[in-house]
Design a protein around this ligand. Structure first.
Ligand SMILES: N[C@@H](CCC(=O)N[C@@H](CS)C(=O)NCC(=O)O)C(=O)O
Length: 222
């Protein structure tokens, strides 16, 4: 029995989407964020980390979206539809690289940006100019140029390939989707420089399983 604990506007959308791609039989519980934009304490009762996603497999709680994805593919993707076969070295390397790149490189920058935006939003009027100044400094010195380099790498990959792991859609696309959605928030990605990324986003979101996941768990908004 699979039971997904999903938090609104969160990385757990990845697992919901994959479960839909797999046509798996699962139970879904969706949690609302609290006033501080954090997960409710009730998630800590399922797993001490209290983060989403948590996938309970026969009541054993699994965490980390990359690990959960690999677990689901190993046990439920019998035709190996969502991961390249080991013998296709290039596709396998691309799949593995982008699966890790999303969580290890892109998401930390997006979370840092989100945290500083929240700090500005929540700071009292009197000190807002100071927090805005700090946010700008962090954005300029630690976020924007690294993110631009990463976006250029992604753009290059999608210029040469239809999907992140080559010609076929894979779970690497699912893992990357929220990262690209986050980078596309606010003013949005440059329509010329990042045309391949924007077209890839559309292709992802046209998938019937993606649409079903949005109906069940809501769309991720940054
Ligand atoms: N590396 C973890 C990150 C999990 C994570 O931080 N989830 C966020 C949602 S995007 C969360 O639960 N945040 C709520 C909180 O920190 O209280 C993964 O990929 O599963």
């Amino acid at each position: 029995m699979l039971h997904l604990h999903h938090l609104e506007n969160a990385r757990s959308f990845r697992i919901l989407w994959l479960l839909e791609e797999l046509n798996a039989d699962y139970k879904l519980t969706t949690y609302k964020r609290n006033k501080s934009h954090l997960a409710p304490d009730s998630l800590k009762k399922i797993h001490p980390l209290g983060h989403a996603p948590i996938l309970e497999v026969d009541e054993r709680p699994l965490v980390e979206s990359g690990f959960i994805i690999e677990y689901l593919l190993k046990h439920y993707d019998k035709q190996q539809e969502f991961k390249p076969v080991d013998s296709d070295e290039t596709a396998w390397e691309d799949y593995t690289f982008w699966l890790h790149f999303s969580e290890a490189s892109v998401m930390p920058l997006l979370v840092m940006r989100l945290v500083f935006t929240k700090v500005v939003q929540r700071s009292p009027m009197l000190i807002k100019p100071i927090t805005k100044g700090i946010r700008k400094q962090v954005e300029n010195s630690m976020i924007s140029s690294s993110l631009e380099t990463m976006l250029n790498m992604m753009e290059q990959q999608l210029q040469d390939n239809h999907w992140f792991a080559g010609p076929a859609f894979s779970a690497a696309d699912i893992q990357m989707h929220i990262a690209v959605t986050g980078a596309n928030a606010g003013p949005g990605l440059d329509k010329v420089k990042h045309v391949n990324l924007l077209n890839w986003l559309k292709r992802c979101e046209e998938r019937p399983a993606f649409k079903r996941a949005v109906e069940k768990g809501g769309r991720v908004k940054f």
